[in-house]
Design a protein around this ligand. Structure first.
Ligand code: SAM
Length: 302
């Protein structure tokens, strides 16, 4: 389906839980809420089926931490089986990857994004509140052994992880490492955006990949390095996404609280049509007073 700006909306991020065992400083704020009135997997599957009839063909499973909800990987298989869905991907903090890697592979997951903000144990612990760097690295190794495409997401924080050491994960393996500019949502309201524009020996590969990242090839590295700069280089004119929160709220833009509560609306198709028709032209992260979204990232799904 196209929105009123002519953008083709074919991608939906689906949050399956708002719970997360990590406390990333830029994500969860102190007043983050844990809603227990969450969609069942049957309801999520039904919503994705209607979405697919309207042209949604890519689904990202997110949270909170999606692997912390029992049955999430089985949900991936169910959504993969929906007619019209071409790809189902997952984004995770990696804590449960070692346990679920094989299941994720068998479910046919098309790719996995893993949040990893530093390779320095102390910095990692400071950022996430969790002393689990080694566990996550083991999970990445195991997932990589199944050949599933992996993207590492590093949110840059000035003076904390702007040495960009996670780039090392792309040196010897075909893993893409993407550096993401901080967005002023959730804990991110306490930080300013930074993004390094130039990478040493970086050769720009293409205007954009399939999504918002600009990818670079770096000499001596097997993986690509991506920069995602939602604030300093808006990509709203190419935005193809909508978001389904864990409690069944369908949103057109990360920045605004507007959307439709599918449970109240009843008619799922009508909910999609309203959200897509009213999708905001662009976000307003550069003008924080105009941001109406008060939820944290873990409540929305990033
Ligand atoms: N726990 C999962 C994970 O770590 O991927 C899924 C949820 S997390 C909210 C999804 C993505 O949002 C992660 O890549 C995270 O780094 C990103 N994120 C959270 N807060 C952010 C912020 N303020 N600015 C930019 N990205 C943010």
């Amino acid at each position: 389906m196209k929105d009123s700006r002519g953008r083709v909306i074919d991608y939906m991020r689906v949050s399956v839980t708002n719970k997360c065992s990590m406390r990333c400083r830029y994500c969860i704020s102190d007043n983050s809420k844990y809603d227990n009135n969450i969609l069942s997997f049957d309801e999520i599957t039904e919503i994705c089926t209607v979405g697919a009839e309207l042209g949604i063909n890519k689904i990202k499973i997110t949270g909170g931490e999606p692997l912390s909800r029992e049955g999430t990987v089985r949900l991936i298989s169910r959504i993969k089986a929906i007619k019209g869905i071409d790809s189902v991907t997952l984004t995770t903090n990696g804590l449960l990857l070692e346990k679920y890697a094989e299941e994720i592979y068998r479910a046919g997951t098309d790719s996995v994004n893993i949040s990893l903000d530093s390779l320095d144990r102390e910095k990692y612990k400071y950022i996430t509140g969790c002393d689990s760097l080694d566990i996550v690295l083991r999970g990445i190794d195991k997932l990589y052994s199944y050949g599933i495409p992996i993207k590492i997401n590093t949110v840059l924080m000035k003076g904390i992880n702007d040495d960009m050491d996670t780039i090392e994960l792309a040196r010897d393996r075909h893993i893409d490492v993407r550096f993401i500019e901080m967005m002023p949502i959730g804990g991110g309201r306490n930080f300013g955006p930074i993004l390094k524009n130039r990478l040493p020996n970086g050769r720009r590969l293409a205007e954009r990949g399939n999504g918002p990242a600009v990818y670079y090839a770096v000499d001596g590295f097997k993986g690509r390095i991506g920069l995602i700069s939602p604030v300093s280089a808006k990509f709203c004119s190419e935005c193809n996404r909508i978001r389904l929160t864990v409690d069944g709220f369908l949103k057109g833009c990360l920045c605004y609280a507007d959307g439709v509560d599918i449970k109240n609306e009843g008619d799922i198709k009508a909910a999609f049509e309203r959200v897509i028709k009213n999708k905001p032209n662009e976000h307003c992260f550069e003008n924080r007073d105009n941001i109406t979204e008060k939820k944290d990232m873990n409540e929305i799904g990033g």
